[in-house]
Design a protein around this ligand. Structure first.
Ligand code: DGI
Ligand code: FE
Ligand code: FE
Length: 201
């Protein structure tokens, strides 16, 4: 998009918004996280082409998805309290960075678009009844070209068959991994897979 019009509730046009987010990333993220983010933009745009998603929204969501990745626990915990989030988000920025990113998007740029905010908010866990954009960002994060972990190739193959197949594959792998590690599983992750499997029947 190349326009003079303000977008997504902000006082900025699209190109200015992208520049501002890039600037924020430069000062708040490590280089490796910026490389990952670029990979997520690339993967998300590819999924939009394959499945007919909104590329402009996908790019903003992808750029913003990990902007809160390095918020220290003390500050993250203040967000947890202020937002009234469940206790399992305390001292767990692995989970809560997605929620904090939405707050930063609102505070810094005035983004109000619910589709974009939800895609960022659920990029780590997924949830029951995900929108197309939520699935695209969830899968782009899990499968961008720089991601290497056991099973990533299965997820890449599955997401080419359908968004739902890709999501089930990635959610199940996460549940398996977290179970093996003895880690807490976010109820949204469990509900997301249950919902998609019931829909499949
Ligand atoms: O931020 P990224 O590293 O790009 O990826 P992410 O936001 O998908 O996941 C961040 C971390 O959170 C990753 O190490 C896996 C972990 N995670 C995902 N779902 C859950 C989870 N951790 C817990 N404890 N519970 C979950 O349900
Ligand atoms: Fe993340
Ligand atoms: Fe990420």
């Amino acid at each position: 998009m190349n326009s003079i019009y303000k977008v997504y509730g902000t006082k900025y046009d699209y190109n200015t918004l992208v520049e501002l987010i890039n600037g924020y990333m430069e000062s708040h993220l490590k280089d490796s996280r910026i490389v990952h983010t670029k990979g997520v933009v690339y993967a998300a745009l590819g999924l939009c082409m394959l499945y007919g998603g909104d590329k402009d929204k996908a790019k903003i969501a992808a750029l913003c998805h990990d902007i809160a990745k390095y918020v220290p626990d003390e500050k993250a915990n203040r967000y947890v309290k202020r937002l009234g989030l469940p206790d399992y988000y305390m001292n767990n920025n692995n989970l809560v960075h997605s929620k904090i990113a939405c707050e930063i998007m609102k505070e810094e740029w005035g983004i109000t678009d619910e589709e974009i905010l939800n895609a960022v908010s659920y990029h780590t866990t997924g949830r029951a009844g995900m929108s197309k954009l939520e699935k695209i960002i969830y899968l782009a994060d899990a499968s961008e070209p720089g991601r290497y972990y056991p099973g990533v190739d299965i997820i890449r193959a599955d997401l080419e068959e359908s968004l739902d197949k890709g999501c089930i594959s990635s959610l199940e792998r996460t549940i398996e991994y977290l179970t093996e590690e003895g880690k807490f599983i976010d109820p949204d992750t469990l509900r997301a897979v249950e919902y998609l499997k019931n829909e499949e029947i």
